[in-house]
Write a protein that binds this ligand. Structure first.
Ligand code: FES
Ligand SMILES: [Fe+2]
Length: 398
């Protein structure tokens, strides 16, 4: 599977509207190139600001070899540093999540402030210039409580992401939300298959009975236009964002609001509410907010909780998913929400999707695989694959 290939030739043969050639999903060279030209150049969703509420709270996000510390400083600002000491490179933090008043290297105890400033390097010579050895930081931006990092020295403008996601996220007040649950999945598949799977509902009718019970039209057999128009008018009146945002050109965000099935209050197996309304919401009538940011963030939010999926590539054939369930900061476990009820819907649906992705990958690896045509209802998958090929091609340009 790691035979020599020409990525340029692969791209040249790409036909929009058809799935990618096998090498795009299996070849190490392609994987390395997309890491260089996509994952290291785009804004990547790293996690949630509410997970590190206090100064010194931190968590790590590892994308392949890049290990990043996300830490909050005394002014409330969030910083992103490489988890690598400027002395001889040791990792500073080992725990996935923690609290540190200062970052002290476990190797020779150099001490860094939360903003990356080197505070103390013991036993170094008189003329040692501390300022030259601050931690190497990466760019970070927070919008609506979601933290994004960019590993490029000159990251793309963050404004379009902020403008697209901000209005939809704002009413949830995620900066102060509670991460009620978090779950990690490792899938045997290429990361792009997860992205493709989560950009279409062609599979929903067959694979997701629970999801189709909650979302009218997800089975692609029900006409939802009248209901959607009526609902949208009500949402607008309440000041909730309804403007559809599509991924175009260099932009990476998609945003939409659509209705739940009449009588359904939340993303739950029985359709009933699972927590108190979040943030500024006062009822269970906000529909579903669907947000995507290429290449790695998917959000599905209902009035009472926000579900987020972070996608991280590990190798051409291994992908890690992190699911987060966020509820209102005032919600009390056991009283306002029960963990099993809160997480059930996306655990069931996520398991179904995980199986679909692994199954997809299994078939793609056979010699019998060749690119197949996307259906018209898979237009958003085409949107993703086109974007991916465009970015890869632009990156490979001399
Ligand atoms: S490697 Fe960090 S203090 Fe030596
Ligand atoms: Fe699905």
């Amino acid at each position: 599977m790691n035979h020599k290939i020409s990525i340029q030739d692969l791209i040249g043969r790409y036909r929009s509207g058809y799935s990618l050639e096998q090498d795009f999903y299996t070849n190490q060279e392609v994987f390395d190139a997309e890491f260089e030209h996509i994952w290291k150049t785009q804004w990547i969703y790293a996690g949630n600001a509410c997970a590190i509420p206090k100064a010194g709270d931190y968590f790590l996000y590892r994308i392949l070899k890049e290990d990043i510390i996300l830490i909050r400083d005394n002014n409330g600002e969030i910083h992103a540093h490489y988890n690598s000491c400027t002395h001889r490179g040791s990792a500073l933090c080992h725990e996935q999540k923690g609290h540190a008043a200062k970052l002290v290297c476990p190797y020779h105890q150099w001490v860094f402030d939360k903003d990356g400033t080197l505070l103390n390097a013991r036993m170094m010579p008189e003329d040692f210039c501390r300022e030259d050895f601050n931690l190497r930081s990466v760019q970070v931006n927070v919008t609506g409580g979601l933290i994004f990092i960019c590993l490029a020295d000159n990251p793309p403008d963050f404004t379009p992401i902020h403008d697209a996601l901000g209005p939809y996220l704002q009413p949830f007040l995620l900066n102060n939300a509670r991460v009620a649950a978090q779950k990690n999945y490792t899938l045997i598949c290429n990361w792009k298959l997860v992205a493709e799977n989560f950009r279409e509902c062609y599979h929903c009718g067959g694979a997701h009975p629970e999801y189709c019970n909650a979302v009218i039209g997800a089975n692609l057999r029900e006409d939802t236009s009248t209901l959607t128009a009526a609902k949208a008018a009500g949402w607008k009146e309440k000041g909730l964002a309804t403007t559809l945002v599509e991924v175009e050109g260099d932009h990476t965000s998609y945003a939409v609001r659509y209705p739940l099935r009449p009588g359904v209050e939340s993303y739950s197996i029985d359709g009933k509410r699972v927590s108190i309304p979040m943030g500024k919401h006062t009822d269970y009538d906000a529909g579903v907010v669907g947000l995507v940011n290429y290449p790695n963030m998917w959000v599905d939010a209902v009035s009472d909780y926000v579900w987020i999926m972070r996608v991280t590539p590990v190798s051409p054939y291994v992908t890690e998913l992190e699911f987060y369930w966020l509820v209102d900061e005032k919600a009390v476990e056991g009283k306002d929400y029960h963990l099993d009820k809160l997480t059930e819907f996306w655990e069931v649906t996520g398991d179904q999707d995980g199986q679909l992705c692994e199954n997809n990958y299994r078939g793609i690896q056979t010699s019998g695989y060749q690119p197949g045509p996307y259906a018209p209802v898979e237009d958003q998958v085409v949107n993703f694959v086109d974007w991916y090929v465009r970015k890869l091609q632009a990156g490979l340009q001399p």
